[in-house]
Design a protein around this ligand. Structure first.
Ligand code: SAH
Ligand code: SF4
Length: 386
């Protein structure tokens, strides 16, 4: 289905506040430089929306309205995917008219929806302060997945990642993280609960925005909200030991994916700046603790970079450090982007690396990314309009 291409509704806006305006053709924020600055072209500047986000707070009692009205509102938001107060036709008219003054439904407006030839769709949204975020819709034969962002840009700065190159804008708020799922469902013409899988693999490092990410995950799990199974939510991290341990202690039960990308600290430091702070040993200890708590198989992500991490002996070294851990390795062919300082390994090299892992008894799959043609694949998200 093609996206509806409609701006997310804000409902009626209180008279004290100007209706936000969004420029669909504003220039994309510049790349490069030390720090990413969100798009602030005059016509994209929007007044801060100080209304409370409606996205289900916890406990659900905090929703507006009385008694069963709260249930009605939750159902409109999460089951029917309403994006305008006016759609909630079974609420009394006076309530419908009063609510928008205090509560906003959507966090952002659609800038662009870019369908890929493989069926995935990359979404670019503008936030209330003019900054932008990206999410990707990924339909599979048996499930519909949304890949969401946790930050505008990323402070981690991995050399092979277009988001890392952009630098850091700001953390996304909890409602902004959650609304990516609702907005993508809406533009795909789906009810929110038809999205059964979420991967936190878009822009940003989720464990560096811990509070807001877990706020959103709690609503994904909440039976009054998206009612998802924790097994269908995957959080991918560059490896922040404290964050991994905290996630284990919070017991949300989500699946963990670790972006390891190298079997030794020296190689890792060449491509991942945070490797100067945390050693593989420290990270793997935290990952083992996560497994002990959740008993969920951990995914090890490994982007294949030519001449950096793709030798067979490195595969054997990787197998050695994974010994005893219930893990699965995802080999990711490098997704190219303009100006990348690294290149991807060829198909043969990837296959040889995979075979070496298999011989060492490590389960492995090669994850051919989707959406490469529209820049929606892993590591290609960089807020550019095509
Ligand atoms: N910050 C988190 C989640 C977002 S990145 C993390 O790093 O895990 C999601 C995955 O895409 C990570 O495994 C990341 O290393 C990988 N990735 C980044 N850039 C890539 C690229 N250009 N090609 C292939 N994979 C890439
Ligand atoms: Fe950030 Fe992940 Fe990209 Fe590294 S790979 S810069 S942690 S988004």
């Amino acid at each position: 289905m093609t996206p509806r291409g409609k701006l997310s509704g804000q409902g009626a806006v209180p008279t004290t506040m100007k209706r936000p305006t969004f420029d669909l053709h504003a220039p994309a924020p510049g790349e490069g430089g030390a720090c990413y600055v969100p798009a602030q072209a005059p016509e994209t500047v929007v007044l801060p929306d100080e209304r409370k986000p409606i996205l289900l707070p916890e406990p659900p009692d905090e929703l507006p309205g009385k008694g069963y009205r709260k249930g009605q509102i939750a159902s409109w938001l999460y089951k029917k995917g309403a994006r305008e107060w006016g759609e909630m036709t079974d609420l009394p008219r006076r309530l419908r008219e009063a609510l928008p003054a205090e509560w906003r439904i959507s966090e952002f407006a659609l800038v662009q929806a870019l369908p890929s030839s493989d069926g995935s769709v990359k979404y670019l949204f503008t936030l209330h302060d003019g900054s932008r975020t990206e999410a990707v819709y990924l339909p599979y034969a048996d499930r519909k997945t949304v890949c969401i962002s946790s930050q505008v840009g990323c402070p981690a700065g991995c050399t092979f990642c277009a988001t890392g190159k952009m630098g850091f804008g700001r953390n996304l708020t909890g409602p902004e993280i959650l609304d990516q799922i609702l907005a993508v469902a809406y533009h795909q013409g789906l009810a929110p609960r038809e999205i059964r899988n979420v991967v936190l693999m878009g822009m940003g490092e989720p464990l560096l925005n811990y509070e807001n990410v877990t706020w959103a995950v709690r609503r994904m799990l909440n039976k009054h909200a998206l009612a998802m199974s924790p097994r269908r939510i995957t959080l991918s991290t560059v490896g922040i030991p404290k964050g991994i341990r905290r996630l284990a202690a919070d017991d949300l039960g989500v699946k963990l994916a670790l972006s390891l990308h190298a079997p030794d600290d020296e190689t890792r430091k060449k491509i991942i700046p945070t490797a100067h702070r945390y050693t593989i040993a420290e990270i793997m200890d935290a990952v083992r603790a996560y497994f002990d708590r959740t008993k969920r198989r951990v995914t090890i992500e490994y982007t294949m970079l030519r001449g950096v991490n793709d030798r067979e002996e490195q595969a054997r070294e990787l197998a050695r450090i994974l010994k005893g851990l219930v893990a699965h390795v995802n080999l990711i062919p490098f997704n190219p982007w303009e100006g990348a300082p690294v290149a991807g390994s060829g198909k043969k090299r990837i296959q040889r690396f995979a075979a070496a892992l298999e011989r060492a008894g490590v389960p492995v799959t090669v994850r051919w990314s989707r959406g490469v043609d529209v820049g929606a694949a892993c590591g290609q998200l960089a807020l550019k309009e095509n």
